[in-house]
Ligand binder design. Structure first.
Ligand code: AMP
Ligand code: ZN
Length: 115
């Protein structure tokens, strides 16, 4: 838990969210400003600033997030034909909340390259 981190507060229940998944390592909730019909944020409960600052010891939880993303996607019929899992890293990457998180998006066709 890091003071003044809104995503730590969401994982802790101090800030309310629409939870879609939780286990001992990971928390997932609906994005407040969805960019697709389904837009879920997946975070480790451990505070990590960004993909730039991960440590070897974070390998298990970051791998686990991929398993969780796949499980959540299976629950939504909108993601039956595919989905996108995105990490925005740092200012140029478009990161606005500095607690590492993955966007799970589905329910529409996504363009490539991203904007
Ligand atoms: P990023 O720009 O990659 O850092 O993404 C941060 C995401 O968190 C944005 O899509 C926001 O809409 C979302 N977000 C920020 N605060 C909240 C919140 N309190 N509840 C749900 N989603 C949030
Ligand atoms: Zn945090």
């Amino acid at each position: 838990m890091s003071d003044n981190c809104s995503f730590c507060k969401i994982a802790d229940g101090e800030i309310s969210s629409h939870k879609v998944y939780e286990d001992e390592k990971v928390f997932a909730f609906k994005d407040i400003n969805p960019q697709a019909p389904v837009h879920i944020i997946i975070i480790p409960k451990k505070h990590i600033n960004s993909l730039e600052t991960i440590l070897e010891e974070d390998e298990a939880v970051l791998g686990h997030i991929q398993i969780v993303a796949s499980k959540i996607a299976k629950r939504f019929p909108e993601m039956k034909k595919g989905f996108r899992l995105i990490n925005n890293c740092g200012l140029d990457g478009g990161q606005t909340v500095f607690h590492i998180h993955y966007h799970l998006l589905g329910g529409r066709v996504f363009a490539w390259p991203p904007g």
